[in-house]
Design a protein around this ligand. Structure first.
Ligand code: DC
Length: 223
């Protein structure tokens, strides 16, 4: 029986929307691990901790209370996120966090602390977990591992439309550049870089609907 599904892939490859829909279909819990790295970056900015100071950011990560709950609204959020009791669900999606989260997520100790929490979540079973290193590091024993791909232009277009739907006036070119920079940092970092697990199934989402991709994964789960 399938208990754990790991989905990895670059920025805006469809991990969250596919993962959420899949979890709903299967009645599984869903965890977008990116929000945890975002929560640490958000807290560093909020509490004036220098992003370049690896030791200080690592200490902050180990002291933070990050809570992830089921979504309270159907407004595109994957979960409700609280940091030390404060609702940061949308704030962690802001530009400032976007620009510093890759750096924070490259710190070994930050990854160790968050990986431990993610594994605890996975132990419950009946989970879909998405991120960059779920199939390789967090849940190497996952029953199904998916690596989602899509061209940078398609991914930037999706992010642009999401931002516009939320009333944010950020330009396509800016999104594309920021995304390419994050992909570069995430793929080249020393600790748990973004790579497909050798046993992952690659799915190219270019020109395909969320429903088609979810169906393909369901078929793998039924095998
Ligand atoms: O998926 P996202 O854009 O919300 O992720 C935010 C950042 O966190 C991204 O730059 C990569 C990092 N991340 C990571 O290193 N490992 C994960 N498992 C999830 C996200």
């Amino acid at each position: 029986m399938v208990r754990m599904i790991a989905i990895d892939g670059p920025v805006a490859s469809g991990k969250t929307s596919v993962g959420l829909a899949l979890a709903k279909r299967l009645g599984f819990l869903f965890l977008d691990t990116g929000v945890m790295y975002r929560a640490v970056a958000w807290a560093a900015l909020k509490f004036g901790v220098n992003i370049d100071d690896e030791i200080a950011v690592s200490r902050l990560a180990s002291e933070l209370k990050i809570e992830i709950h089921k979504p309270s609204h159907e407004d595109g959020r994957s979960n409700d996120i609280f940091v030390n009791g404060e609702d940061v669900t949308w704030e962690i999606r802001g530009e400032k966090v976007n620009n510093s989260v890759s750096q924070v997520s490259a710190y070994r100790e930050v990854r160790r602390v968050l990986t431990e929490q993610q594994r605890l979540f996975g132990k419950q079973g009946g989970v879909v977990m998405v991120g960059r290193d779920i199939g390789t590091v967090v849940l190497p024993d996952a029953d199904i591992k998916i690596f989602l791909k899509a061209s940078p232009e398609e991914r930037a277009k999706r992010r642009f439309e999401e931002e516009r739907a939320r009333g944010n006036e950020i330009g396509y070119e800016e999104i594309l550049e920021n995304m390419k920079m994050r992909d570069r940092l995430d793929s080249s970092r020393e600790v748990a870089p973004l790579v497909a697990a050798p046993d992952a199934v690659m799915i190219d989402t270019d020109g395909r609907t969320k429903e088609e991709v979810v169906e393909e994964i369901i078929q793998l789960a039924l095998k």
